[in-house]
Design a protein around this ligand. Structure first.
Ligand SMILES: [Zn+2]
Length: 433
């Protein structure tokens, strides 16, 4: 596909996703259902691995007629996709060389390669644009995004101006670039923007005055978002997206997370692969509806979340998700066998950061064994022993069971991944699928 037809596709997709905003909940649900079922049928017809998997499982593909029928299909894991990429997992109607090729950055250690067609890519960018128009972004605003690599966003004259700041450079350099770039919309990882917020001087803030901030890629807590909003004096919105399927959900102006079911269908399942009730924590499984070249059907993404049965007053037709509770593999398994999500642990720390801004510079919490949790702690410029023991007591209370907490003071926390992983469990657990 050449650049002109890509721009045409992008324009068409941008209009389409904004029309979707105006549909009723019933209408968007009906369209989502039709598209998901088409994606499943196409996967069976054109992708060798799905065909074999469903045949082996004894699924009659013609019996998959509505969203509830998805439960008749087996789920798929990252390992399966990695193992069968590309020959058996890419549709036989697509030439990989003509597709957009990428790979996950592997916050869990191993990268996953994937492709999507150029028209899927245009649709994904459009869902990205919508994320920001939802909170007030307009084409004449300047968007600055902090990311490890730049995205090749098309620009139209004075419209859609974007600038990339590498996530890998020092915070002071990022602040210097931000002063020059003067973003209207600032986008980046929660941990990085929080770090920038904590380092900026009042003088920096006279140059850097975004109208809104969007956080992505990492789990953030309400306290972190409030702190960033306070420092920058503008609203902060969170999104939930994956590299493989792009936009899954994001916060509207009311602060509720809407799930973009015109892009991806979300299921919430328990450890045995059974659906959980709204409000209960489940593992998130995704089914794409726009990715015929490489469909993801009931794909175990590895995150935890809760479906919400509430409705939002903002008028968007997309259903709500209550919250994201972090990566399933990062939740702690307590001595009693009970699970504790990484969000609850992260919350304990960010509440403390909000209270004592300069107590620590960095931290990492690792469950080494069911009965042992280690806090790696980099002291801040206003470190006080009493405040740290307050934090340890708060963590004890959240754990709620006899677990030893050890604090290791370190000079820095080394990470081999691009994304923050502040909470980590090294205790093995049962895998679904
Ligand atoms: Zn809303």
């Amino acid at each position: 596909m050449d650049m002109n037809s890509f721009i045409f596709n992008l324009g068409k997709s941008v209009i389409q996703v904004h029309i979707n905003n105006l549909l009723s909940h019933r209408a968007i649900l009906r369209t989502a259902e039709r598209r998901v079922i088409e994606e499943v049928q196409r996967a069976y017809a054109n992708v060798p691995y799905y065909r074999q998997k469903y045949d082996d499982y004894g699924v009659d593909i013609k019996s998959i007629k509505n969203l509830a029928d998805l439960q008749k299909l087996p789920v798929i894991t990252k390992d399966e996709i990695r193992e069968h990429f590309p020959a058996e997992i890419v549709s036989r109607h697509y030439d990989i060389d003509q597709c957009h090729y990428s790979a996950t950055t592997g916050s869990t250690g191993r990268s996953l390669p994937f492709i999507f067609s150029q028209s899927t890519f245009a649709f994904y960018i459009a869902t990205g644009v919508r994320l920001y128009t939802m909170i007030g972004y307009r084409p004449w605003h300047k968007m600055v995004y902090i990311k490890y690599t730049p995205i090749n966003y098309p620009r139209l004259g004075p419209f859609f101006r974007t600038e990339h700041i590498p996530s890998t450079i020092a915070v002071d350099e990022q602040i210097a670039m931000l002063r020059k770039a003067k973003p209207d919309l600032l986008i980046g990882y929660a941990s990085l923007i929080l770090e920038i917020a904590m380092r900026m001087t009042p003088e920096d803030l006279t140059h850097i005055r975004p109208k809104f901030i969007g956080l992505n890629s990492e789990l953030s807590t309400k306290d972190e978002r409030e702190l960033i909003a306070q420092v920058f004096n503008c609203p902060v919105y969170d999104e939930y997206s994956t590299e493989e399927t792009w936009m899954v959900a994001s916060q509207c102006k009311q602060g509720n997370y809407h799930v973009f079911i015109d892009n991806v269908w979300v299921e919430y399942l328990d450890q045995d692969g059974q659906p959980v009730k709204p409000g209960e924590e489940g593992e998130i499984y995704l089914t794409t509806s726009r990715s015929p070249a490489m469909p993801f059907i009931r794909y175990r993404i590895g995150d935890l979340g809760r479906e919400s049965s509430q409705t939002c007053t903002c008028g968007l037709p997309y259903p709500l998700i209550e919250e994201f509770n972090g990566r399933a593999d990062d939740s702690f398994i307590l001595p009693s066998g009970k699970y504790l999500s990484s969000l609850k642990i992260l919350n304990t720390f960010t509440k403390n950061i909000k209270k004592y801004l300069h107590l620590m510079e960095e931290f990492k919490v690792i469950q080494e064994e069911p009965g042992l949790v280690v806090i790696k702690f980099v002291k801040g410029k206003e470190y006080q022993e009493q405040q740290l023991s307050e934090l340890v007591d708060a963590l004890k209370e959240v754990l709620g069971e006899p677990v030893t907490i050890r604090v290791d003071f370190v000079d820095e926390i080394k990470t081999n991944s691009i994304k923050r992983k502040a909470i980590e469990s090294r205790v093995g657990k049962k895998q679904v699928g």
